[in-house]
Design a protein around this ligand. Structure first.
Ligand SMILES: Nc1nc2c(ncn2[C@@H]2O[C@H](COP(=O)(O)OP(=O)(O)OP(=O)(O)O)[C@@H](O)[C@H]2O)c(=O)[nH]1
Ligand SMILES: [Mg+2]
Length: 217
């Protein structure tokens, strides 16, 4: 059997799944919404962030992970998240909900401001341990995603591809997107070599992602 590079992340073992379950069953609190690099909370703990095109499902995924319906503001209106939102997971980790990229419907000056902040954050945050880059299972990796992935390579920030909204596609289409994503990741030095397929709606991949976050050191 040939082993594909960038395989799907394996199911967590019992200990990893339990670590994830316990971490996310504990307290999660909104810390602050940040609009400028000067507003970032002190870099005093491990941090993971959720990046991706506008409307890909970043805020929904944070809600699914934490089991809270409206911790992060999710909406059908693209461009919903306009700040960098910090959530404290216990006192050991920050979860960071980012504004989407590739969204063209807001005034240009406003969009440029978020995009600059987003890029400065992704390139300049010492404690950022992993960036989860969300990819819509219906669409795969697009040019705007490539731009961010290349930036993460240059900044040497490890990123992991997370497919979202898996409930919206048939298995054959899902498999085609997985293959497209695997091919695209092969060109990126900073790509973590496992892909996670999720549905915030149905719960697919949520236990796996919790375990990944809980076992990061
Ligand atoms: N069916 C389905 N819909 C989803 C899923 N995840 C998110 N959505 C929907 O997709 C839309 C966008 O979700 P958000 O979580 O707000 O997306 P976002 O990436 O935070 O968007 P911005 O903050 O605007 O960049 C909402 O209508 C969600 O209900 C999923 O797993 N399955
Ligand atoms: Mg959002």
């Amino acid at each position: 059997m040939t082993v594909l590079p960038f395989p799907l992340a394996p199911e967590p073992d019992e200990a990893e799944a339990e670590a994830g379950r316990l971490l996310f069953a504990g307290p999660v609190t909104f810390v602050k919404g940040v609009v400028a690099m000067s507003g970032l909370p002190e870099a005093d703990r491990l941090e993971v962030c959720f990046a991706g095109r506008s409307n890909v499902g970043k805020s929904s995924l944070i809600n699914a992970l934490t089991g809270r319906k409206a911790l992060a503001r999710a909406s059908n209106t693209p461009g919903r998240t306009q700040e960098i939102n910090f959530f404290a997971l216990g006192d050991t980790r920050y979860l960071v909900d980012l504004p989407g990229y590739g969204y063209a419907e807001a005034p240009v000056a406003v969009v440029q401001k978020w995009q600059r902040l987003l890029k400065n954050y992704l390139q300049g945050r010492q404690t950022l341990r992993r960036a989860f880059v969300l990819i819509d299972t219906r669409h795969g990796i697009k040019a705007v995603d490539e731009e961010i992935l290349t930036m993460l390579d240059r900044a040497a920030v490890t990123f992991q591809a997370v497919l979202t909204k898996a409930d919206k596609v048939l298995k054959a289409d899902r498999d085609a997107t997985i293959a497209q994503v695997q091919g695209a990741l092969a060109k990126h030095a900073a790509a973590y070599p496992e892909v996670v397929v999720t549905s915030s709606e149905k719960g697919d991949g949520i236990a796996t992602l919790r375990a990944i976050i809980a076992t990061l050191t």
